[in-house]
Design a protein around this ligand. Structure first.
Ligand code: AMP
Length: 209
């Protein structure tokens, strides 16, 4: 039976967002990215956005309770989901267990050097959110999205000073979730260095099994 309650785990730049967006097209599941939701809140100048912005700019985690309150309703109303960027701490994972059971957690593995290399070259479409990499997956026309022609931009937190902190924060706060989900017998790891298509094929096989 196809798995419908999926978490994508892995350091920033491992390809969680790219894989989630492709999986949405093939599975029809709801993509829930806490990073995307927060960026939207910041762009609209909401109370939550204003509270979250300073943490995000530094590459630190937004406090657990704000994140849990923000995501709970969306998880409860989704008919199957791909969680991308949540949970990021053990406290968040424990809160998630109380909201819903999970079918599988897919850990996309990537080294520190590769994280830094990839994030420095990442660009995102301002209109449709499609993700590019200037080294491995450049747009056909510099600065423009292949799909919608929108302007490509570099996220504020993809600048070198912030990237290193984001990796350290990942190692300290989020990497312990690998063992957390291993202990629950629902973790599958995949090598994020491989081409996007190969990682996608493996994830598709895992969630279809
Ligand atoms: P992302 O797009 O997933 O890399 O998230 C961008 C930033 O949003 C992170 O560096 C954090 O500041 C914040 N953020 C996203 N998801 C979470 C989360 N689950 N817990 C705490 N902070 C988060």
């Amino acid at each position: 039976m196809a798995k419908r309650r999926i978490v994508l785990l892995g350091p920033p730049g491992a390809g969680k967002g790219t894989q989630a967006k492709r999986l949405v097209e093939t599975t029809g599941l709801t993509h829930l990215s806490t990073g995307d939701i927060l960026r939207d809140e910041v762009a609209h100048g909401t109370d939550l956005g204003n509270q979250a912005k300073a943490y995000m700019d530094r590459g630190d985690l937004v406090p657990d309770q704000l994140i849990i309150d923000m995501i709970r309703g969306r998880i409860e109303t989704a008919d199957g989901f791909i969680l991308d960027g949540f949970p990021r701490t053990v406290a968040q994972a424990e809160a998630l267990e109380k909201i819903t059971p999970l079918d599988v957690v897919i850990n996309i593995d990537l080294s520190r050097d590769e994280v830094i290399r990839r994030l420095s070259a990442r660009r995102v479409c301002r209109s449709c959110g499609r993700i590019y990499n200037l080294l491995s997956n450049p747009p056909q026309v510099a600065g423009k999205c292949d799909v919608c022609g929108g302007e490509l931009y570099q996220r504020d937190d993809d600048r070198p000073e912030v990237i290193k902190n984001r990796y350290d924060v990942y190692m300290a706060s989020t990497a312990p979730l690998i063992k957390f989900y291993q202990d629950r017998g629902i973790l599958v790891s995949t090598d994020g260095r491989r081409p996007t298509d190969e990682v996608f094929a493996q994830i598709t096989a895992v969630i279809s099994a």
